[in-house]
Design a protein around this ligand. Structure first.
Ligand SMILES: [Zn+2]
Length: 430
């Protein structure tokens, strides 16, 4: 057994004071420093523009390699691992979380309008969609603890059926999300995730130790829109509206905290420690779960305030509203490389070979009927004009009826999934 520490980069504590203290505590146990990163940091001390030049070159390369042709789709499996019934969150709460992800990763969140003008030119759209593939519910007798002395085994228990958790579903091809009660004696942990391996912006040893623990873990009180919150032993004032999962998916797709986890490099000036995104401002600290628009923790050569709007800060979730362009590009690049199984699988089923369906009437008002041409329809998904999931019907039939009487007039999309793939059609409701 060895001590578990790299995950320190990716925890979200409930309170500001506890957060700062505990990060230092965790960081004190870390001795691994990535050689490349250290070299860049040291060179930057002597030549202040060195890191910017390295970053610029790197991200120009990334941009060149990052396709902007299509929206990537990731299939999601949610494991609800609960002990008490209150932890067994509803299907509606899960659906609301998928909605939040689809809004935040497509710049369709209403509060994107709150971004301060100083950051307009760096606002990035990842163009990633999430579809809920299945929900696995497991009742357990296990407690899931995360403490300073925790090992990898401890913090991954919920991912193992043999330890009272739930084994992942094909983690190369699906994003697995475990929702459970995360217990900790060092401050409330809202969620955590492992980044993929092979990314230059993370210290060695940060990545997931095995594909079988790939995915993210989110506390049940922090999952979904208007999360349940913390009724006791925690800070009930924290606004929880699904952004813990947005933040953790950011880590899962390669993003660092916006301050580059400055305290993990105590030998350097915190304002010199970077998240390796050159369109985020230098930031000494993470926010303290508040919305302090006046905070500017690094002022030398930096006129921008701290970017409290960024999903990778620790600001209150109701003032987070954006990724930057480079963050978006890095996540897309990770999907094209380190985590390409997630989208390769989707792209292979995007065009169903022989399967298709007819849909009538169209335009429609009350009800539509889908009739499969050859294969049986396994599932039908109705999405809004902004591609929010409205309804999912599971069925194994060649004929499916769908009630649409409660829809407002407009353009919708109906996807039918077959054994060989899925086909989407445009539906006009009048
Ligand atoms: Zn984090």
């Amino acid at each position: 057994m060895y001590r578990f520490f790299p995950i320190l980069f990716i925890i979200c504590f409930g309170t500001a004071t506890v957060s700062a203290q505990n990060e230092k505590y965790f960081i004190g146990s870390s001795t691994i420093i990535n050689d490349y990163r250290l070299a860049v940091d040291i060179a930057s001390k002597q030549f202040p523009k060195y890191r910017q030049a390295v970053d610029k070159t790197y991200f120009e390369h990334l941009k060149f390699n990052t396709s902007r042709q299509e929206i990537y789709e990731i299939k999601v499996v949610v494991h609800v691992v609960y002990k008490d019934e209150v932890e067994n969150i509803s299907d509606e709460m899960i659906a609301s979380q998928i909605e939040v992800l689809n809004e935040d990763f497509n710049q369709q969140n209403a509060d994107t309008a709150n971004l301060r003008p100083a950051f307009y030119n760096v606002k990035g759209n990842p163009g990633i969609r999430f579809t809920l593939d299945q929900v696995v519910r497991v009742q357990t007798n296990s407690d899931f603890m995360m403490e300073a002395s925790s090992t990898y085994d401890d913090v991954n228990m919920m991912k193992k059926t043999a330890q009272g958790g739930s084994d992942p579903v094909d983690p190369e091809h699906y994003l697995n999300i475990w929702v459970c009660k995360i217990q900790s004696s060092v401050g409330q942990v809202l969620g955590y995730a492992f980044p993929p391996s092979g990314l230059f912006n993370w210290p060695a040893g940060s990545q997931e130790p095995s594909i079988n623990v790939s995915g993210i873990v989110v506390d049940y009180r922090s999952f979904g829109r208007n999360g349940i919150g913390f009724s006791s032993g925690g800070p009930s004032w924290i606004v929880l509206n699904g952004r813990t999962t947005t933040h953790e998916v950011g880590h899962y797709l390669g993003l660092r905290h916006i301050n580059g986890d400055a305290a993990s490099s105590p030998q350097l000036d915190p304002c010199e420690v970077d998240d390796y995104m050159h369109d985020t401002p230098p930031q000494e600290q993470l926010s303290s779960h508040n919305c302090n628009a006046n905070q500017n923790s690094c002022t030398e050569n930096d006129t921008l305030p701290d970017m409290i709007e960024n999903y990778m800060d620790y600001s209150s979730q109701d003032c987070q509203n954006t990724f930057t362009i480079q963050q978006a590009d890095l996540m897309r690049n990770v999907l094209e490389n380190q985590r390409n199984g997630l989208i390769t699988d989707i792209s292979s089923i995007k065009i169903a070979n022989s399967s298709t369906f007819t849909m009538f009437p169209n335009p429609a008002k009350e009800q539509i009927v889908l009739r499969a041409s050859t294969d049986l329809i396994k599932r039908v998904t109705l999405t809004s004009p902004t591609r929010k999931t409205i309804k999912i019907l599971t069925s194994v039939d060649s004929l499916v009826e769908l009630d649409i009487s409660n829809l407002s007039p407009g353009i919708y999309f109906v996807s039918a999934e077959f054994e060989s793939g899925s086909v989407t059609k445009r539906l006009v409701v009048d």
